[in-house]
Design a binder for this molecule. Structure first.
Ligand SMILES: *Cc1c(COP(=O)(O)O)cnc(C)c1O
Length: 444
């Protein structure tokens, strides 16, 4: 028996040590890499402090001020500030900070606004839609979890956007379909969606318009891209950790009409605890958005256009040149002249450049295997937050071209990438940055 205890202690200790080593190695990698994944960001040290706080060990069921738990005095105060800030930043009559992720925020909207069997119109995943908008046969959240019947928008590849007239015609032709929700927003989101036109179409069916701002919430907070609620969306869901650089969490804002139904699905159906440390982090991120995103959002879009331009000059093929490449943080690049998207992703990671492979429009005609598509997707929100501007975008474009266009050995470039990154280890657009962006914080 004694021996068993000793062995288990030693085994447990080995795992304990290895987990901590992995955490440290991860920090070391990101401290010396170029992070270009479009769905990620680096939060401010203040947000990281909130995540390490005791808020994360507590419960506060219910809307703030209507709690069913004791010990919530400061938790309530913080969450109420978060609600006030969210309403101000997104110019919305109602906000709820309880969804613990973007997917759960969408599930809350589906639950509040529709019943199983109802029809939802959404972008297909290959057109940039998110799996949480997906139909049952794709194992998407809307179809598989909420039981919605998802039909897709007609899509215009030339403009990389929703074809509203085509969608209207198809709904009329197919007859009998009475959509309850028109979903907007995407994971590959280059240009603003036609919210007004879709809201008009939705009104013909008495349907609600939900705008998924997971990717572009920070841009919207900063007053660029578009204003979905003012343009006719009823509900806006989001993740709080992409262009809005908070902790991983979710949020919904809406007009008054949907406030009660949304509140009622957050608790009890969808959450018991709602990750209060993250709520504090989101509240800090919203305060930063109020103070700094006017500038941050503009700098992101400027950098996205700059890196697209620079990639083009380096011989790569960023898409939609004739439309100015992008109006968001994302650039979509065809790499098929040189290699597949998967190879590009793997080689670039070896060089310390982190981004994702992505399907691009021509893949739909070519029926390319989604595991090795023709493109890559980059987002510049994180490097912008590290203080980089258009001249750094040129340097990054050159690194990418050396790997993808000129076929240089990624291992040789890795050192130069680390060297380049040395000057950019502080988080900008934040009230304080005493701690480096990827500094590993030891408290044990
Ligand atoms: C990332 C994303 C989500 C999901 O976000 P999580 O916070 O990871 O759950 C939802 N919708 C869209 C469009 C996204 O890109």
């Amino acid at each position: 028996m004694e021996l068993q205890f000793k062995e288990n202690y030693e085994l447990g200790y080995r795992y304990f040590r290895r987990v901590l080593e992995c955490l440290r190695a991860h920090h070391e990698f990101f401290r010396s890499a170029i992070p270009l994944v479009a769905s990620e960001n680096v939060p401010s040290p203040a947000v990281r402090e909130a995540l390490a706080s005791d808020f994360g060990n507590r419960y506060a069921e219910g809307y703030p001020g209507e709690r069913l738990y004791a010990g919530c005095r400061w938790i309530d105060e913080v969450e109420l500030m978060g609600v006030e800030l969210a309403k101000k930043v997104f110019d919305a009559p109602f906000a709820d900070l309880r969804p613990i992720s973007g997917v759960v925020a969408n599930l809350a909207a589906y639950t509040a606004l529709a019943e199983p069997g109802d029809v939802m119109v959404a972008l297909a995943v290959p057109h940039g839609g998110h799996i949480s908008h997906g139909k049952r046969s794709w194992n998407g959240t809307a179809g598989r979890v909420r039981g919605l019947e998802v039909v897709r928008y007609e899509f215009d590849y030339e403009r990389f956007n929703i074809d509203v007239d085509g969608t209207r015609r198809r709904l009329e032709k197919e007859g009998g379909l009475r959509p309850k929700i028109f979903m907007l927003g995407a994971s590959v989101f280059l240009f603003p969606h036609p919210v007004r036109e879709v809201a008009e179409l939705a009104s013909e069916y008495g349907a609600a318009v939900v705008y998924d701002a997971a990717h572009v919430a920070g841009l919207i907070a900063g007053g660029v891209f578009q204003k979905p609620l003012a343009e006719g969306a009823d509900v806006m869901t989001m993740s709080t950790h992409k262009t809005l650089a908070g902790p991983q969490h979710g949020m919904v804002v809406s007009n008054e009409k949907y406030a009660e139904p949304l509140k009622n699905v957050m608790f009890p159906p969808l959450h018991s605890n709602h990750h209060l440390h993250a709520v504090a982090g989101v509240t800090i991120a919203l305060a930063e958005a109020l103070a700094f995103y006017h500038q941050y959002a503009r700098d992101i879009v400027r950098n996205a256009k700059a890196i697209a331009e620079a990639l083009h000059e380096e011989g790569l093929s960023p898409l939609y040149e004739e439309l100015g490449y992008t109006e968001s943080h994302i650039v979509l690049i065809d790499v098929s002249k040189f290699m597949g998207g998967r190879d590009a992703e793997v080689k670039l990671e070896e060089a310390g450049i982190v981004l994702n492979r992505n399907l691009i429009p021509k893949d739909y005609e070519l029926k390319t295997d989604y595991r090795n598509p023709s493109g890559i997707r980059i987002g510049v929100q994180e490097v912008t937050r590290l203080g980089m501007g258009p001249s750094e975008m040129k340097e990054i474009a050159r690194f990418i071209a050396r790997v993808v266009v000129r076929g240089e050995d990624p291992k040789r470039i890795r050192q130069e990438v680390a060297e380049f990154r040395k000057d950019y280890n502080k988080v900008h657009y934040a009230f304080s940055n005493l701690t480096e962006a990827y500094q590993y914080i030891e408290i044990r």
